[in-house]
Design a protein around this ligand. Structure first.
Ligand SMILES: Cc1cc2nc3c(=O)[nH]c(=O)nc-3n(C[C@H](O)[C@H](O)[C@H](O)COP(=O)(O)OP(=O)(O)OC[C@H]3O[C@@H](n4cnc5c(N)ncnc54)[C@H](O)[C@@H]3O)c2cc1C
Length: 342
C-alpha cells in the first residue's frame, strides 16, 4: 500500500514512521522542510493535565500519549542511533497570594517549592502545586530522529513539494502538487498543521468540506544558564519556563491570532521576558539571547481532527494546537493502525 502524507511536521513524520514500520510504502511531502514549522518551534512541555473538552476524548488520548512517551523516545533513539533530550522533571503550578489552588498534584508551600526551584526565591509566591509526572522533550531532537528513521525505512521524503489538492473517491487517490505533478497513492493524509484546510479535497468531482485550520502564533524566548539550574517546569497562567539538558532555558508564551505573520514582535518578547523574570527572579537576570515564533495549528473546536473523510481514502490529522508534541505518539499509532487495517 502506498500512502502519501501532506506535511512533515511531528504529526506527519511520526505517522510516516509508524506506517513504514507496518509495511506501507510512504511518501512524505512538505511544502517547506521536514520539521520546519510549529514542530521545531514548540517548547516540548508534556503535560498530561492539558485541558480538552470532556466529550472529545482527547483528555484520555493526552494521558495515553504521556504515559507512552518514554517508550516512544526510547524506540526512536534505538532505531535512529541519535539522542533525544527527554526528562520527567515534574512541574510547579505557581499559586500567587489570593489565588485558588488549582491543578492535580501535591500542594507545596512557597519554601517547599523553592527547594525544587531555587530561582523562585524573591518572587513572593504563596505556594505551588507539584505535578510530578510532567516532562519535557526537545522537539528538534525528535524531528532529527524522525528524519533518520523515516529515511532508513525507505520513506520518500519530498521537501519543497506543496500539495495543492487531493482527489480521493475510489481505490486510487490522486495528489496534485505544485512542483511534482499528480502523484498516485492508495491513501492520503492531510497533516499540514495550520495550513491543512488550504488543501482542497475532492470526491469524484465535488469538493468535500474539511474543517478550517488556522494559525495561533506563539512566541518563545531563550536564555543560557548552567545545566541543571532549573529542575521542574515552572508555570503560572500563560507564563512558563523549562530547561533543556544543555542549560538552554525557554520561557513562553503568547497566543495571537494574527494570521501567518512571521515577524517576531519585540513588544511580545519584552512582555514574556518581564513575566519570566518576575516568576524566577533568582534565575532570569539578563536579557534573552534568542526569540522565535511558531504557528500552532488550531481548529474552531480547539481539538484535533483525526478521522477518515467518509467515502474516501483520505485521512485528516491536524489541529493539535498547543499539544501536538505531546499527542504525536498516540496520533501516529491511531492513524497508522486505521490506514493499515483499511
Ligand atoms: C510557541 C509554541 C509552543 C508550543 N509548545 C508546545 C508544548 O510545549 N507542548 C506541545 O505538545 N505542543 C506545543 N506546541 C504545539 C506543537 O508545536 C504543535 O501542535 C505541533 O508541532 C503541530 O504539528 P503538525 O505536524 O501538525 O504541524 P507543523 O509542525 O506545523 O507541520 C505542518 C507541516 O506541513 C507543511 N505544509 C503546509 N502546507 C502544506 C502543503 N500544502 N503541502 C505539503 N506540506 C505542507 C508545513 O511546511 C509544515 O512543515 C507549541 C507550539 C508553539 C508555536
Amino acid at each position: 500500500m502506498r500512502v502519501i502524507i501532506a506535511g512533515a511536521g511531528i504529526i506527519g513524520a511520526s505517522a510516516a514512521w509508524r506506517l513504514s514500520q507496518g509495511g506501507a510504502e510512504v511518501w512524505l511531502l512538505d511544502a517547506g522542510r521536514l520539521g520546519g514549522e510549529a514542530s521545531a518551534a514548540g517548547a516540548g512541555m508534556l503535560a498530561p493535565g492539558a485541558e480538552f473538552p470532556a466529550e472529545s476524548g482527547w483528555g484520555e488520548m493526552a494521558m495515553l500519549s504521556h504515559a507512552g512517551y518514554g517508550e516512544f523516545v526510547r524506540e526512536l533513539c534505538v532505531e535512529s542511533g541519535l539522542g533525544i533530550d527527554y526528562r520527567v522533571c515534574g512541574a510547579l503550578d505557581i499559586v500567587m497570594e489570593g489565588e485558588e489552588v488549582l491543578g492535580k498534584g501535591e500542594a507545596l508551600t512557597a519554601a517547599e517549592a523553592a527547594v525544587l526551584a531555587p530561582g523562585l526565591r524573591g518572587s513572593g509566591i504563596a505556594g505551588a502545586v507539584h505535578c510530578a509526572k510532567d516532562a519535557v522533550v526537545d522537539p528538534v531532537d525528535v524531528m532529527r530522529s524522525l528524519r533518520r528513521v523515516c529515511t532508513a525505512r525507505g520513506v520518500r521524503v519530498m521537501e519543497q513539494c506543496r500539495v495543492l489538492s487531493i482527489r480521493g473517491r475510489g481505490a486510487v487517490v490522486h495528489v496534485a502538487t505544485e512542483a511534482n505533478g499528480v502523484l498516485e497513492a492508495d491513501a492520503a493524509v492531510v497533516a499540514s498543521g495550520a495550513w491543512s484546510s488550504q488543501i482542497a479535497v475532492h470526491g469524484e468531482e465535488e469538493a468535500l468540506p474539511v474543517p478550517e485550520a488556522f494559525p495561533v502564533r506563539g512566541h518563545l524566548v531563550g536564555y543560557r544558564h548552567e545545566p541543571g539550574s532549573l529542575g521542574p517546569i515552572v508555570r503560572h497562567g500563560h507564563t512558563y519556563l523549562l530547561q533543556r539538558g544543555s542549560g538552554r532555558t525557554i520561557a513562553g508564551t503568547s497566543q495571537e491570532e494574527v494570521g501567518f505573520e512571521r515577524k517576531v514582535d519585540a513588544a511580545t518578547v519584552e512582555d514574556i521576558h518581564k513575566r519570566a523574570a518576575a516568576l524566577l527572579p533568582g534565575l532570569i537576570g539578563g536579557r534573552p539571547e534568542e526569540s522565535w515564533m511558531g504557528f500552532r495549528p488550531a481548529t474552531r473546536s480547539y481539538t484535533p481532527e483525526l478521522r477518515r473523510l467518509e467515502g474516501t481514502r483520505v485521512w485528516l490529522a491536524y489541529g493539535h494546537f498547543r499539544n501536538g508534541i505531546l499527542l504525536a505518539p498516540v496520533t501516529a499509532a491511531r492513524l497508522s493502525g486505521e490506514i493499515l487495517a483499511s
